[in-house]
Design a protein around this ligand. Structure first.
Ligand code: ADP
Ligand code: MG
Length: 256
């Protein structure tokens, strides 16, 4: 079991507290959504989980070990960003291959000098290419591998960003408002795809959104966050039917 434990996490930027004593256990394999209005601290919490930001106090455990101070690359976590964060000058295939190249090839192997290739590189490169191609097919972007991100639609770019996270076969997927740049129709379609992806991969998803409908349809549990505090963590039906306090009721639009 590799549950994730967030234990009394606090974080301030300057004098402003952004996370106030956040404690949460994310169960192995569950789809948990951090739901809350813009500015309440969702991205900051996700970035702390990924190791991209350091908390002021409190600790993060993945499974049996604390990961405080462990570099992002070594956390067995992949993150999909709102902005997709693809490299515009690289092809889709190269974007997707990058995390595997960084992990499996050393600097000499990644940069052959004057055409001289370190022995063993070609075999690993071929394995990486096969993995990228397999993943791209599964996401229905196999035909786009030689294009640049600028030549793709928003939905396609989003799939590439998911693909780049998938090639590493991480134990945990973090997704920060991955659908917010898409139009309404595509958003609903991609929602179904993300849900399907979770079902197929069976790994933990921690998803961030300010969109109640998204949170309610996707999640096993929803963690409602307001002004840096977790107010209620429960399955979607319960949040809606039994909001813990009036701020939650107001935010999720339930009749309390
Ligand atoms: P959310 O993702 O819920 O919209 P964020 O975690 O991005 O919220 O931000 C929470 C608060 O922290 C906001 O007020 C934001 O302006 C502030 N903040 C986030 N990152 C930084 C930073 N690097 N420096 C200063 N303030 C920040
Ligand atoms: Mg955010």
């Amino acid at each position: 079991m590799s549950n994730i434990h967030l234990h009394q996490i606090t974080k301030s930027f300057g004098p402003t507290p952004v996370l106030r004593d956040v404690s949460l256990v994310i169960k192995d394999g569950e789809f948990l959504t951090l739901l809350g209005p813009s500015g309440c601290g969702k991205s900051t919490l996700l970035r702390i989980l990924a190791g991209l930001e350091v908390q002021d106090s409190g600790s993060v455990w993945i499974g049996e070990r604390p990961v405080d101070g462990v570099r992002p690359k070594l956390r067995d976590i992949a993150m999909v960003f709102q902005s997709y964060a693809l490299y515009p000058h690289m092809t889709v295939g190269a974007n997707m291959a990058l995390p595997l190249r960084m992990r499996r090839l050393n600097a000499w192997q990644r940069l052959p000098i004057l055409g001289w290739v370190v022995p063993g590189t070609r075999r690993v490169a071929a394995e990486i290419e096969a993995e990228v191609s397999r993943t791209a097919k599964a996401l229905d972007i196999g035909h786009l591998l030689s294009r640049k991100p600028g030549q793709l639609s928003g939905g396609q770019r989003q799939r590439v960003a998911v693909g780049r996270a998938m090639v590493r076969h991480p134990a945990v997927f973090l997704m920060d408002e991955p659908l917010s740049n898409l139009d309404a129709k595509l958003r609903v379609q991609m929602r179904a795809e993300i849900k399907d992806l979770h079902r197929r991969l069976g790994v933990t998803f921690v998803y961030v959104t300010h969109d109640q409908a998204e949170a309610m349809t996707l999640s096993d549990r929803v963690a409602v966050m307001l002004e840096g505090e977790l107010i209620q963590v429960a399955p979607p039906q319960e949040i809606y039917a039994n909001p813990d306090d009036c701020r939650v009721a107001e935010f999720v639009g339930s009749p309390k």
